[in-house]
Ligand binder design. Structure first.
Ligand SMILES: *Cc1c(COP(=O)(O)O)cnc(C)c1O
Length: 490
């Protein structure tokens, strides 16, 4: 009754029973929403009148939870990006799972800070990281950290690479401490997040050498060697080779073993971006594709793509835990690690990355791995790989479509073709086709450029897709393509 006398407030509900009833409604609604996702369009534009609602004034006075929730249901819930839909294959997304959504709720309900301290969430994250190492065949002794995604995982890995190979104390002296410029090597097909990381680490974008690829979009190892030799001759300081296991454009996998050999020959850090491709290690059939991954000094991958978990969660693993810690650990009086009490935890994840306060990402991973088991995840990855070859087969059989790159994994690049059309006409035809397809709500793929040609790109990290979804994609693309030819493009 204290607050009655003092007028103090909190953000807890005034009526717990009312919120409880609303909470049950929310759980029912969101599960139904996921269950019925197939009946809705894969994407639809946010209508103008809805856009308008999000240009509202700052609310000064509150309103009832249930009224806010009603607004959520009317104006937010119907207009998602669409990535939970069985026919969404744009960029590289993930569906998440109903269980994942519930795990998020439980994690937020507990709301621990997983930066450090003496509590169970740290143990959960440590457990999950140990499992992930085993799942992708990486060193048991490695350190790891759950992060927001592949971008943060790449940044974290390259930060450790830079500090470990600089040859002086970067943390103390900054980048002014070197006379030779540190340079890194990846292929022209590497992900833009690596460029961002190199820029952000102060190394400068020009320090990231983009090595050409072969016909199958894998880094050309001979060209890497030439670039290394030439940089050494001109006095640069090579520090790191970046291999990609599963490039975003085509799913190609760099020759990881050769890259590992070169890295050790030249004493370079070997980082792998395996954002989605690292999971090719799970099925026995695709495992050999990513051999060599175990030789990387650091490896970045996502769980919210081919791990099927809700956004956001990715992981960075570093083979030498102490080098990893030395890049980030700092002493501050208010953060002293102890042996007893709340500061007595066995591991402080804030010593291994940029963030101090960290959410309980580990819970959704822990619940998923225990519930599905690695065998099921592995079957789903295999299913997606088989769906990609099925789609490639449909495209090869079609007189109107053209496969535009090899399909080593789960990414299929193709375009609509027309006899007599040159690349530039086909480019604009396919660009329009892609948008019409998305606007139809039937399926979503995204576009990219391969060798100056515009292609449609279907990246299958979707646990809800079934074969027939790819039949639908192909027939829609053909239908829209022919329609466009009849209209302005003929
Ligand atoms: C998606 C992706 C990234 C970036 O990961 P985010 O989770 O989006 O930050 C990095 N590399 C590759 C190959 C990717 O496909």
């Amino acid at each position: 009754m204290g607050s009655m006398q003092t007028g103090e407030e909190s953000l807890d509900p005034q009526d717990w029973n009312q919120l409880r009833a609303l909470a049950h409604q929310m759980v029912d609604d969101i599960l139904t929403y996921q269950k019925t996702v197939r009946r809705r369009p894969a994407w639809q534009r946010v209508p103008r009148y809805v856009e308008k609602r999000f240009e509202a004034h700052l609310p000064l006075k509150g309103q009832l939870e249930r009224d806010v929730y009603r607004e959520f249901k009317r104006f937010i819930l119907p207009y998602p990006l669409g990535n939970i839909h069985p026919r969404f294959w744009g960029w590289v997304m993930g569906n998440g799972t109903p269980l994942g959504a519930l795990s998020e709720m439980l994690a937020a309900g507990m709301n621990p800070n997983v930066g450090g301290g003496n509590h169970v969430a740290n143990l959960v994250e440590r457990q999950v990281i140990d499992w992930l190492k085993e799942m992708i065949g990486y060193s048991k002794k490695a350190s790891g950290l759950l992060v927001s995604g592949g971008s943060m995982a790449n940044l974290t890995g390259l930060a450790v690479a830079r500090n470990s190979k600089a040859g002086y104390d970067v943390r103390k002296n900054g980048l002014g401490g070197t006379r030779r410029r540190m340079v890194l090597y990846g292929s022209v097909e590497m992900h833009s997040s690596l460029t961002k990381a190199v820029e952000f680490l102060g190394l400068g974008r020009d320090a990231l050498r983009c090595i050409p690829v072969d016909e199958a979009y894998r880094m050309d190892v001979d060209k890497l060697r030439i670039a290394l030799e030439s940089d050494l001759k001109s006095g640069e300081k090579p520090i790191c080779v970046i291999g990609t296991a599963g490039t975003t454009n085509t799913g190609s996998i760099d020759p990881l073993k050769e890259l590992a050999d070169i890295a050790s020959e030249y004493s370079l850090w070997f980082h792998i971006d395996g954002a989605f491709g690292a999971f090719a290690y799970l099925p026995k059939k695709s495992r050999q594709l990513v051999r060599g991954m175990e030789r990387a000094e650091s490896i970045a991958f996502d769980l919210h793509k081919w791990g099927y978990l809700p956004f956001e969660v990715g992981c960075i693993l570093v083979s030498d835990a102490e080098t990893h810690r030395r890049t980030f650990a700092l002493d501050a009086g208010y953060l002293k690690h102890g042996t007893r009490g709340t500061a007595g935890g066995p591991i402080w994840f804030s010593d291994y990355g940029v963030q101090l306060t960290r959410g309980f990402r580990g819970l959704k991973v822990w619940m998923a791995l225990k519930t599905y088991g690695v065998r099921k995840l592995s079957r789903l990855v295999q299913q997606n790989i088989e769906q990609a070859s099925y789609l490639a087969g449909l495209i090869r059989k079609s007189n109107e479509l053209e496969l535009m790159a090899p399909v080593p994994l789960n990414v299929v690049c193709f375009r609509f073709k027309k006899a007599g059309f040159n690349d530039s006409r086909l480019n604009s035809l396919n660009q329009e086709l892609l948008i019409r397809l998305q606007e139809s709500g039937k399926a979503v793929v995204s576009g990219t450029e391969l060798k100056g040609r515009y292609v449609m790109r279907c990246a299958i990290t979707n646990h809800r897709s079934v074969r027939n979804d790819f039949n639908i994609l192909v027939s829609e693309v053909q239908r829209i393509g022919n329609l466009l030819l009849k209209q302005s493009y003929s």
